[in-house]
Design a protein around this ligand. Structure first.
Ligand code: BTN
Length: 270
């Protein structure tokens, strides 16, 4: 597997706008998201954490996120935002778009996006986004803030035999899919640069949002497809109709009306 990603290689063009005020790169960590959540209070806004290997990498719906040592881009970024920040709702789609753009730039691959957080190639999962948040303790006089942790995992160098049987038919990597050699650092750099550009559009995250949403939708191939979602501790099945201006998924339910589902509070079962 490739050698460790180094900080100078991540920012050859100088500092980014919002991300990268602090960068921590680990050979091994339980999970970059867990680390960021645990240390959010003392870390600065825009902190980036990368790991070559996670012993307890996490995906959505409480799933484990496995990757061989040095094979994937595994990173998290920290946003410190007002408690009512729109990025709580928008971060998943913005990060999935950034990951997609990074892959497009660093390889011959053109991933499709699957609402809300999956990067897909050849119908298999290439990567995903896990956004988590926690309140930050402040003095009574200070406005309420939240730490938003955006975790991104992209399979880069895995070969076919790397996956356990359970996910061998549903996971893929750039090594398998790309016609050109894959540079894991270039993929990581691309994710950070594109996410930084999306986040730094405005202080409030609103003006940049319509562009992010339009770019996200242009890469989404499964509108019109059947979907089963988990929301409010229930399963909801229907046909995906559209993504709203807020980034919510509009579904025609099999047994009920049309209904919107928010990316932050809904997970996709199928
Ligand atoms: C998913 O598709 O279920 C989301 C996967 C997110 C995985 C990344 S890897 C870096 C960060 N740290 C984690 O523990 N998870 C995310």
């Amino acid at each position: 597997m490739q050698c460790r990603i180094s900080e100078p290689d991540l920012f050859p063009g100088g500092p980014l706008r919002r991300l990268g005020g602090a960068v921590r790169i680990f050979a091994e960590l339980d999970s970059t998201n867990s680390y960021m959540l645990a240390h959010a209070a003392e870390l600065v806004d825009g902190t980036i954490v990368l790991a070559d290997f996670q012993t307890a990498g996490r995906g959505r719906r409480g799933r484990r996120w496995h990757s061989p040592r040095g094979a994937s881009v595994l990173l998290s970024v920290l946003l410190k935002e007002p408690a009512s920040s729109p990025w709580l709702e928008h971060a998943t789609l913005a990060a999935a778009l950034a990951a997609c753009e990074a892959v497009e730039h660093a390889s011959t691959c053109r991933p499709a996006l699957r609402w809300p957080n999956d990067l897909m190639l050849s119908g298999k999962k290439l990567g995903g986004v896990l956004v988590e948040s926690t309140p930050l303790t402040r003095t009574p006089d200070e406005p309420a803030q939240r730490a938003i942790v955006i975790g991104v995992g992209i399979n880069c160098l895995q070969q076919r035999g790397h996956w356990e049987t359970a996910i061998a038919d549903t996971a893929t990597s750039l090594e398998i899919e790309s016609a050109s050699a894959v540079d894991r650092t270039a993929v990581a750099r691309g994710v950070l640069e594109r996410l930084d550009a999306h986040l730094a559009g405005t202080g409030e995250g609103e003006a940049e949002w319509p562009g992010i949403l339009a770019a996200w939708k242009s890469r989404c191939e499964d509108l019109g497809a059947r979907v089963t979602l988990r929301h409010d501790r229930r399963a909801w099945t229907g046909t995906m109709l559209d993504i709203s201006d807020a980034g919510d998924l509009l579904v025609q339910l099999d047994h009920g009306p049309r209904r919107y589902f928010a990316a932050a509070t809904t997970t996709r079962v199928r």
